[in-house]
Design a protein around this ligand. Sequence first.
Ligand code: F6R
Length: 364
Amino acid sequence: QKGGYEHFMLKEIHEQPEVVKTTITPRISNHIPTFENEGISLDKLSSYNNIFIVACGTAMHAGMVGKYVIEKMARVSVTVDIASEFRYRDPLINEGDLVILISQSGETADTKAALELAKERGAETLAIVNVKGSSIARAADYVLYTHAGPEISVASTKAYMVQVSVMYLLAFQLAYAKGKISKEQLVEYTKLLENIPEQIEEAINLKPACQFAASKLLNADSLLYIGRGLDYALSMEGSLKLKEISYIHSESYAAGELKHGTISLIDDGMPVIAIATQKDLVEKTISNIKEVKARGAFVVLIAAPGVDVEDGVSDVTICLPEANQLLMPMVAAVPLQLIAYYTSVLKGNDVDKPRNLAKSVTVE
Ligand code: F6R
């Protein structure tokens, strides 16, 4: 059942290259993405005034990556909401808006309630769901199924990865529909996405380095994940993954926000996991790393190739495989998953069934 792996989580991490392919391939023809078969035309996509992405937990983190990518490429405003907040905050949604619900199970109570609210307010709804025929899939105007297959581990890995891959397909199409990129650029971006499964595979080969990093985190009471831009979106997922299965307290923080309060937490030996993959922001992140290092932090740096750090800035460096920086979240997510996995294993926890958590949260 576990295909020779010790845990479902590790098996599912290994399945990621394949499930990304299965999710994107049917939606790409000659390197051009389309959702026409799912009833969503380019005209339709570009007709919306505002986009809201609503989800819980890991699915919400996939939405955060989507926000950065869609806004950057298509110049459309995207708001990401936690479903349990969205449904009670009287959100400013109207006819002409698109509300995207992301859910692996398609049964999450708050996400489902958010969908109903969006419909009541006249917005159109698009569900990105893994489980066929689930409640959220049935209730939405449009459905884009992810094809991760059954995810058994409570801590989500492959479902996140395919959700993010759909976010990219959406961003590319929107950018093209809005005239922000040419057809040639659309083809180039899509080719980059089509190559990502190989780069995910290479990132999975970072297992020994991730296991080593995990061995340094075991005794921490608390730690921080930091990054900027897409790296910040990713740090949220890294932090959630670690706390849910290792039971070590952790927080993700926008690196530039540290000095506004959180840096006071840093003392001798506190681990800080820093993600630095975005060229324009790397230098800024490195200077934040130096600030925490100067206060005694134990720094694990997850960096794109070519990110140059002086000696002594990081204690452990995990160098990612080469990939376009826009798509780097899909590559950099892997070591974050693996660090969480090995920390949980080394602590002797029940990796696939962490305490207090259920795979599907069908009550509010
Ligand atoms: C974390 C995790 C949860 C889920 C969340 C939403 O690893 O699995 O945070 O992502 O409960 O679940 P779905 O996607 O089923 O709506």
